[in-house]
Write a protein of this length. Structure first.
Ligand code: FMN
Length: 194
């Protein structure tokens, strides 16, 4: 029987436990309204562990993570992302994960040809995706937030003012359970097999 492996990398999973990754991709959606239910610390640990396990150029891991779970701080951070009217829902978020961009230490061979931060943006985007997908498997809603007051977040979280962000991700239990159909470009328009 074909074997797949569990989170610890060693435990064989039975067919019954096997998760269809595409189903997780379809279930993940930007959540724009969270319920009152607080998020368990262990679930946040799993989300950020998924970020830590993300692949990166030359395995340089150009990231660090700040998990905001203290309710007063969550409320303060939520205020930093509400410039867009559309982002008013952040007031209902129960946690945030801020992904910080760290220096990408590429292999010396690659560094000869490329600026060391060349791959970092892609790596950070991948880490954000891993976190959101893990949140989905935990039954949590997530929303990657693009517009926020970076300087204010740095001040609140004691982050050096010059630090660049990879992403700010809002988390919580979704207020509703409806799964929207995906609004995506048609497969045939963007995929070519040769
Ligand atoms: C870099 C980035 C920034 C985003 N910023 C916001 C945001 O500020 N507010 C928001 O409601 N959604 C934001 N989103 C979510 C996108 O609007 C969403 O992913 C897209 O419309 C696809 O919908 P889905 O995530 O529900 O599949 C952002 C997504 C990414 C990747």
């Amino acid at each position: 029987m074909e074997e797949t492996y569990g989170h610890d990398g060693t435990r064989p999973m039975s067919g019954a436990e096997k998760v269809d990754f595409l189903d997780i991709c379809k279930l993940r959606q930007s959540c724009r309204g969270f319920s009152e239910r607080p998020v368990e610390h262990d679930k946040l640990v799993k989300c950020v562990e998924a970020g830590r396990l993300t692949h990166s150029g030359c395995n340089s891991q150009p990231w660090s993570f700040v998990v905001v779970e203290n309710p007063e701080m969550v409320s303060e951070i939520s205020k930093c992302g509400r410039q867009l009217k559309q982002n008013a829902f952040l007031g209902t978020a129960k946690a945030f994960i801020v992904i910080l961009e760290e220096h990408a230490l590429l292999s010396p061979v690659i560094s000869c040809f490329l600026d060391s931060q060349y791959y970092a943006k892609g790596d950070l985007g991948a880490a954000a995706a891993y976190i959101c997908l893990e949140a989905t498997t935990q039954g949590l809603g997530s929303c990657h937030i693009g517009l926020y007051d970076r300087a204010k977040i740095c001040e609140l979280l004691d982050i050096p003012a010059e630090k660049q962000f990879g992403a700010v991700i809002a988390l919580g239990y979704p207020a509703g359970d409806a799964i929207r159909s995906k609004n995506r470009k048609p497969f045939e328009d963007i995929v070519r097999f040769v």
